[in-house]
Design a protein around this ligand. Sequence first.
Ligand code: ACO
Ligand code: OAA
Length: 397
Amino acid sequence: MATGAPDIRKGLAGVVVDSTAISKVMEETNSLTYRGYPVQELATTCSFEEVAYLIWHGELPNAEQLRRFMESERARRGLTRSQIAVLGRLPDTCHPMDTLRTAVSLLGTEDPEAENPDPALALGKALDLMAKLPTVVALDSRRRRGLDPIAPNPRLGFAENFFHMCFGEVPEPEVLRCFEISLILYAEHSFNASTFTARVVTSTLSDMYSAVTAAIGALKGSLHGGANEAVMHMMLEIGDPGRAATWLKDALRDKRKVMGFGHRVYKHGDSRVPTMKQAFLAMAASRHGQKWVEIYDALERTMLEEKGIHPNLDFPTGPAYYLMGFDIPLFTPIFVMSRITGWTAHIIEQAQANALIRPLSAYIGAEQRPVPSAALRLTAEGAGRLAGPSRAPGPDA
Ligand SMILES: CC(=O)SCCNC(=O)CCNC(=O)[C@H](O)C(C)(C)COP(=O)(O)OP(=O)(O)OC[C@H]1O[C@@H](n2cnc3c(N)ncnc32)[C@H](O)[C@@H]1OP(=O)(O)O
Ligand SMILES: O=C([O-])CC(=O)C(=O)O
């Protein structure tokens, strides 16, 4: 057996921890498939509901399966008055991701089958979350704007209904299509940090709501899903396409991370960006968004010239969601509305072939030593005689 220093892979970079049949990220060809289908083809030919069905069931639905699936999703969208009241009492200062995390936790407390591990119930719970999370996001967004909630409309599809609940109207086709494409592209991405978090929680035999709550926490961070919000803050700060290149060079000189660029797996470009960028361009044309397109292009070009780093999916979705009229703190919650499909598919997959996820660590702390006597630890005289790091002044020293 080999001896010496353990092989530590910081951030688990490059480590294969398990297998999955849900999606395949191919860094060498910059491509991605869901259940074997290229994501670009799904994004340009399918509805989000079809893709959700595919991710959960492994096959695209036929007409009758899709009809029943959509009917069931539409029937589950409503929240109870008491759920609305609980969410309405959260402070306005909390981020909408915190509202969403709390909402999933609340839904878990009210589901009598939350603890029931029967796999036959899992898809129903997942569909319930997919149906209800947009209602939570829209309700929370309107509350922050001082507006009354708009009830879900069961005659509208998933994407249309979300606009209806946020703004009271369904936008023009370019906007709707761009939004739906973003949902399809965001739906699933193998063992990313939030999905892995969900799998870790599931591996302890915890419930789906706990796993999704934890995943929302992981997605919120700006190195992961939170980057789509950070991208728009950055673009607003830049403000003028003529400033973009200098802004970016200054950021790199100051060793700041530029949000929406880089990826742990794709080093030659994110497979989803070309499709999303195209949808963003089409929508920007109909929404007078040329300025954001120019800032986008200048940042992309300069980052490639300076560092050879490509944009990730959060780069085009940031300005796209902004042009759609969503407030910036809604961008990552919208990501959740889509990724709930991938997370729950992974939760189900993990539960079906479970092994507790528990890696090892290399200890680098103090050598083993005896605990000093109480006389040394707890008396003023003893304190002076105690040596070593344990007597370093702490916050209560
Ligand atoms: C949907 C998603 O979650 S996609 C990811 C969204 N996140 C972001 O956009 C945040 C910005 N990007 C990043 O922080 C990183 O690219 C990550 C976290 C996504 C990937 O990180 P890693 O795989 O760990 O790459 P790592 O951070 O080691 O980067 C390698 C090199 O590229 C640089 N780099 C990578 N991304 C960036 C960036 N966005 N801005 C500036 N430099 C960057 C690093 O500084 C590092 O340079 P060095 O070798 O000179 O130190
Ligand atoms: O895969 C990752 O590390 C992050 C990402 O792009 C995603 O979750 O969509």
